[in-house]
Design a protein around this ligand. Structure first.
Ligand code: 9WN
Length: 417
């Protein structure tokens, strides 16, 4: 094995170890000092390369924050840290631990299936302990978040793609009246030009204040919805996670008929995300009915969700013509594209991995190409939070857990060896 690959593997392990708080990892010190939901599930894939027991603990810790209604929060505030805003007191979460009041893309069941594959004997009792919790989280999505079979976000942060243009229409419909003064902490850690704007933050915080005021009661939030967008990230990851949960359930000898029915409903629901004019899967405002007209990296999660989606292959080829390092968060031909600003253009290792895994599983050559370009990106530009898709310039937080996990779990030539 070339030395540089061994060194990169070692750096990735060191990053994850450095962000390890014992029973959970943080995404990166300073900018994100708490446990984030989908970051943790991705971290488990990296941990599984060198410490399988610790990988299970990562997932188990995530579910210690699960609410009675099944929801698994997007942030668990295990230890107070003033470096992040909005903190636990702004959220007023109603779970067993201080937490946010919204969720994030459900990739934990898929992560559990991958960790199980690393050591079945050690893993089966751990999956057994997680199964009902995963089921109840997935049920919560099916109960509260479906619209024409697609999964809706009630806050941009739930999609994991915070300031994507997908939400511009729904955000413009919000008047953040009474949001008051607050001090952002993110812009003291990284360049403000790489972060969401104040306009976005006013609405992010206003939605949090509103959720807290409604005691995070899903029925109350649904009765008077302020933001409800059908999202390809949540829909495709949930569909994939349901398939993986069904497979885990079968292995454990559980009845999976409910999960199979959910898979069928979500499969049909993906049709409602198909924007024929755009020639792509797209986000759609459930309140106004408007399309976002956005070819985002989430549009290409269709294969990860197990759909054939032949028409998306052509759309992918057109997007990739303009970039070097994988699938950008927005089509570079889109006038709204901003290659430095977070989810409005940069490339993210984690999204490359999810898209690439789906393509590989479908036997499409683009999957291996995407893996190779992600490996090149990390080899040349390190373990940043995200990157400029044209030249790979690193952006956002550094020494990032999920970028290290993407390297160890997928992009490194030693992954899967
Ligand atoms: C809000 C931790 C998280 C990721 C998200 C990413 C960013 C948070 C923020 O960081 O969001 O959840 O404060 O910007 O958008 O996908 O999970 O890495």
């Amino acid at each position: 094995m070339p030395d540089r690959i061994a060194l990169l593997d070692q750096s990735a392990r060191e990053i994850i170890r450095g962000n390890d708080k014992g029973t959970y990892t943080i995404p990166t010190a300073g900018l994100y000092p708490y446990q984030w939901n989908w970051d943790s599930a991705i971290a488990a894939l990296g941990l599984a390369r060198f410490d399988i027991d610790r990988a299970w603990t990562e997932l188990e810790t995530l579910f210690t924050g699960q609410w009675d209604n099944g929801m698994v929060p997007h942030i668990l505030f295990h230890e107070q840290d003033d470096g992040y805003f909005p903190g636990p007191e702004v959220w007023g979460g109603i779970g067993p631990l201080p937490s946010s009041g919204i969720t994030q893309p459900p990739v934990a069941a898929t992560a559990a299936k991958c960790v199980l594959e690393a050591d079945r004997d050690a893993g089966l009792p751990r999956v057994d302990g997680l199964f009902d919790k995963l089921l109840s989280w997935h049920r919560w999505f099916m109960r509260w978040r479906l619209n024409h079979g697609a999964v809706c976000a009630t806050h941009p942060w739930e999609t994991g793609r915070d300031n994507a243009p997908d939400w511009d229409g729904a955000m413009a419909a919000i008047d953040p009246i009474g949001v008051g003064e607050y001090t952002r902490r993110d812009t003291s850690h990284v360049d403000a030009a790489m972060r969401p704007t104040k306009y976005d933050y006013d609405r992010f915080i206003w939605l949090v204040q509103r959720g807290k005021r409604l005691s995070w009661d899903e029925q109350a939030m649904l009765d008077d919805a302020a933001f409800r967008v059908m999202d390809p990230t949540l829909t495709f990851t949930l569909l994939r996670a349901q398939r993986d949960l069904a497979s885990l359930g079968r292995e454990l000898g559980r009845d999976v008929s409910e999960i199979e029915a959910a898979i069928a409903e979500l499969e049909t629901g993906t049709d409602s995300l198909w924007n024929a004019t755009l020639g792509s899967f797209d986000s759609r405002d459930a309140l106004s009915g408007d399309w976002a007209n956005s070819i985002s990296n989430a549009s290409f999660l269709c294969w990860y969700a197990g759909l054939e989606a032949p028409a998306m292959r052509d759309t992918l080829a057109k997007v990739l013509e303009h970039v070097e390092f994988g699938v950008p968060s927005l089509d570079p031909r889109d006038p709204r594209s901003d290659c430095k600003r977070y989810w409005r253009g940069p490339v993210w290792g984690v999204m490359n991995m999810l898209i690439g895994t789906g393509l590989q599983e479908m036997g499409m050559t683009e999957g291996n190409e995407l893996r190779a370009s992600t490996a090149r990106l990390i080899e040349q530009h390190g373990f940043s939070e995200y990157f400029d898709p044209r030249d790979g310039e690193p952006a956002g937080g550094q020494s990032f857990t999920w970028t290290a996990a993407v390297w160890l779990g997928w992009a490194s030539p030693t992954a899967g060896a």
